[in-house]
Design a protein around this ligand. Structure first.
Ligand code: ATP
Ligand code: MG
Ligand code: FE
Length: 341
């Protein structure tokens, strides 16, 4: 079965073709980062308009790379939510029109499920069941994953997501948007002994997180350094921030592995690309004789491959999962727990 995947929930337009026998055939991606950078964050209306501009050329690219035509596709998967309503509507209306024109079934995919299953696209994938740490721009959750569509929420952030904490703290340090990768690079030049920031909820004994206080701690630390802190001071603060957030994430993953008795940890979402986090998780897992799995770097942030893959997995498991009509409905807010069968 060949599934076309369409992602347009936020500021990346992603298209991919996934074959359940041969794996990923092709994928094409356009990131609007440069478009939103001057505003310091994603502007929803600009995002929708740019998805409209990019989506058809990207579709053509993906088909060309795979040496396929739209008629070769067996089903069309698109991101149904959660995300920006206008942005989601672009992907869903293109999916519906293609489905209607080609007489192919549609499947609406949950964006976070796409992230969650993306490590299964790697050459050495984990096997169910596993613990998943989902760390993206909008979410921070620990889940127990027993199979496709079988997710149990173990804990989540009570306020900011990890990616949001990275981006907001980076902004405070004067770094460009999106700040996650920037603050991570700056932190590598920082001295870890200079500043110490709090580790929120490290000892809360549950699997929840809270990161908004950490961002405030970055702000107060920075303010104490006067009007124009040196690059080295900023790097030291960046290092303190990264160390704090990474320590909390790794400790909660260790607790989730202990509580569930599982031996595999899967990391998904944009922050999963973070080098310091990967080092900490690898160290933690080695001590516990557990294994950690990451998506390929290019599939950590939003992409069409994870949507094609998640759609294909659902259709393989249950052909009735396909939509009965071509009406396009999106779910800008859609709790992942609703998927659990
Ligand atoms: P969601 O999936 O929750 O709707 P999203 O799609 O915006 O949110 P992703 O695309 O998965 O999130 O990830 C983007 C986030 O990942 C941003 O906050 C970005 O700063 C962060 N990020 C990306 N690379 C890194 C990195 N190397 N270090 C830290 N953070 C990173
Ligand atoms: Mg993005
Ligand atoms: Fe995402």
């Amino acid at each position: 079965m060949i599934v076309l995947g369409i992602e347009s929930s936020c500021d990346e337009t992603g298209i991919a073709l996934y074959d359940t026998d041969k794996g990923l055939l092709s994928h094409a991606l356009y990131s609007q980062i440069a478009l939103h950078a001057e505003y310091g964050g994603v502007v929803p209306e600009l995002a929708s308009r740019d998805h409209i501009r990019r989506i058809v050329p990207l579709l053509e690219q993906a088909f060309e790379k795979a040496l396929l035509t739209p008629q070769d596709v067996n089903a069309i998967a698109y991101t149904k939510g959660p995300g920006l309503a206008g942005a989601l509507l672009v992907g869903s209306s293109v999916a519906s029109s293609l489905g209607l024109a080609l007489n192919k079934p549609l499947i609406g995919v949950h964006h976070l499920e796409g992230h969650l299953l993306s490590p299964l696209l790697a050459s050495k994938p984990p096997v169910f069941p596993f613990v998943a740490l989902l760390v993206s721009g909008g979410h921070t959750q620990l889940m127990r994953v027993d199979g496709v569509g079988r997710y149990e929420l173990l804990g989540e952030t009570l306020d900011d997501a990890a990616g949001e904490a990275f981006d907001k703290s980076a902004k405070l340090l004067g770094l460009p948007y999106p700040g996650g990768p920037e603050i991570s690079l700056l932190a590598e030049k920082g001295n870890p002994e200079v500043f110490h920031l709090p580790r929120p909820m490290l000892h809360s004994k549950d699997l929840n997180f809270s990161f908004s206080g950490l961002k405030t701690a970055v702000l107060t630390t920075l303010k104490k350094q006067g009007d124009s802190p040196s690059e080295q001071v900023k790097a030291d603060i960046a290092r303190a921030f990264v160390n704090a957030i990474v320590e909390v994430l790794a400790a909660k993953c260790a607790l989730a592995l202990r509580q569930t008795g599982l031996k595999q940890l899967v990391v998904a979402g944009g922050v999963g690309a973070n080098r310091q986090l990967r080092a900490a998780l690898n160290g933690m897992a080695a001590k516990r004789r557990c294994q950690v799995f990451y998506p390929e770097l290019e599939f950590c942030t939003d992409n069409g491959a994870m949507i094609a893959f998640a759609g294909a997995m659902h259709l393989m498991q249950n052909p009735d999962a396909a939509q009965k009509d071509y009406a396009f409905t999106v779910r800008p807010r859609w709790p992942l727990e609703e998927l659990t069968v």
